[in-house]
Design a protein around this ligand. Structure first.
Ligand code: ZN
Length: 290
C-alpha cells in the first residue's frame, strides 16, 4: 500500500506556507514563498503539490473569504485590500490537482490545530486569535470549526475606547473597531514606532491589553470557549500576556468563572506552526470525507 500524502497551504497576505506530510504526520516537504500577485504565486504552489503527489489538500487562508454554502464564488477571496487578490478564486486555482480539498480561514485552521494537537488538545471548544497586521479569530465549537453565513469576523467588533486614546483608528471599513485600534499597524500609527521598538513603553501595552481584554471578554460571553489562544506577531511582545490577564480579570469582574486566567488565555502551543498544521488536518478531513 502506498502512503497517503496530505498537502497543506497556509495562505497569508505576506507569505504562503506549503507543506506535505504522510499519515503519521511526518513532514515530507515544506516551502515558504512570499505572496506576490496570484499569477506568479499560484503556479509555484501548484507545482510544489504536483511534485509531491499529494492525495488531498487543506487550505487555511487570509480573508475575507466567500465560504457561503452554495455560493458560485465559494472559496474565493472577497474584498481583500491585498493588491491583485480581490475576488481571486483561490479554491478553484487548485482544481487542476484533482484531489479533494477543504478550505477555511487561517484562524479557523489554527484553532483546529490547537484543539487537536496544541494548547487546547482534548478540548471540544477553543478560540484562536491572531493579533498581527490585522486581527482575526477562529473558533472550534462542539469539536467543529465554526462557520455560518460564511466565516466569523471577530476582529471587527466594536470596543470601548481607552480614555487616553485619541488615535482615530485604522480600519478602512469601521475606523475604530478592534482591528482599527489594536492591530500592529494601528499600534505603529498611534505611537509613531513599530511595536518592537516600543517594547519598553508600558503605556503602549497597557492600552493594547485594554482592547484585547475587551474582545476576549466579549468572545467569552458569546461562545463560552474552554480555552483562548492568543497568537500573531504583536503577541511576540510577551509582556502583553500578564497585562491581558490582569485587564481581563478587571473587565470580567467575577461575572463568569473561566478558571485560572493564566490557563484560560494562553500562547499558541504550536508556535508559528498552528496555521500550517491546521491546513494539514483539513487535508486529512478532505481525504476522509471524499
Ligand atoms: Zn473593522
Amino acid at each position: 500500500m502506498t502512503e497517503i500524502r496530505y498537502g497543506g497551504l497556509e495562505a497569508g497576505g505576506t507569505k504562503m506556507v506549503c507543506a506535505v506530510t504522510n499519515e503519521t504526520g511526518e513532514w515530507i516537504d515544506r516551502m515558504t514563498i512570499p505572496t506576490r500577485f496570484p499569477e506568479e504565486t499560484i503556479p509555484e504552489i501548484v507545482a510544489f503539490f504536483e511534485r509531491n503527489k499529494i492525495d488531498c489538500l487543506g487550505i487555511g487562508s487570509f480573508g475575507p473569504l466567500d465560504l457561503v454554502d452554495g455560493s458560485p464564488n465559494y472559496g474565493s477571496l472577497a474584498n481583500t485590500p491585498k493588491e491583485g487578490w480581490r475576488e481571486f478564486p483561490l479554491l478553484e486555482a487548485f482544481r487542476p490537482l484533482n484531489v479533494p480539498v477543504l478550505m477555511t480561514t487561517d484562524v479557523n485552521g489554527a484553532a483546529l490545530a490547537e484543539s487537536t494537537v496544541g494548547a487546547a488538545k482534548g478540548l471540544d471548544s477553543c478560540i484562536y486569535i491572531t493579533v498581527g497586521t490585522g486581527i482575526g479569530a477562529g473558533a472550534i465549537v462542539n469539536g467543529a470549526i465554526l462557520e455560518g453565513l460564511s466565516h466569523p469576523e471577530m476582529g471587527h467588533i466594536s470596543v470601548v475606547r481607552h480614555p487616553e486614546d485619541t488615535y482615530k483608528g485604522k480600519c478602512p471599513y469601521h475606523e475604530d473597531c478592534l482591528e482599527g485600534l489594536a492591530a500592529g499597524p494601528a499600534v505603529q500609527a498611534r505611537w509613531g514606532q513599530a511595536g518592537v521598538e516600543l517594547a519598553e513603553n508600558e503605556s503602549v501595552w497597557k492600552m493594547e491589553a485594554f482592547y484585547l481584554a475587551q474582545a476576549i471578554a466579549s468572545y467569552s460571553y458569546v461562545l463560552a470557549p474552554k480555552k483562548i489562544i492568543l497568537g500573531g506577531g504583536v503577541m511576540k511582545q510577551y509582556q502583553l500576556y500578564p497585562l491581558v490577564h490582569k485587564e481581563l480579570a478587571k473587565q470580567l469582574n467575577g461575572y463568569i468563572n473561566v478558571g485560572n486566567l493564566e490557563e484560560y488565555v494562553v500562547a499558541p502551543g504550536l508556535g508559528d506552526d498552528a496555521g500550517i498544521q491546521g491546513a494539514i488536518l483539513l487535508a486529512k478531513k478532505a481525504y476522509e470525507s471524499a
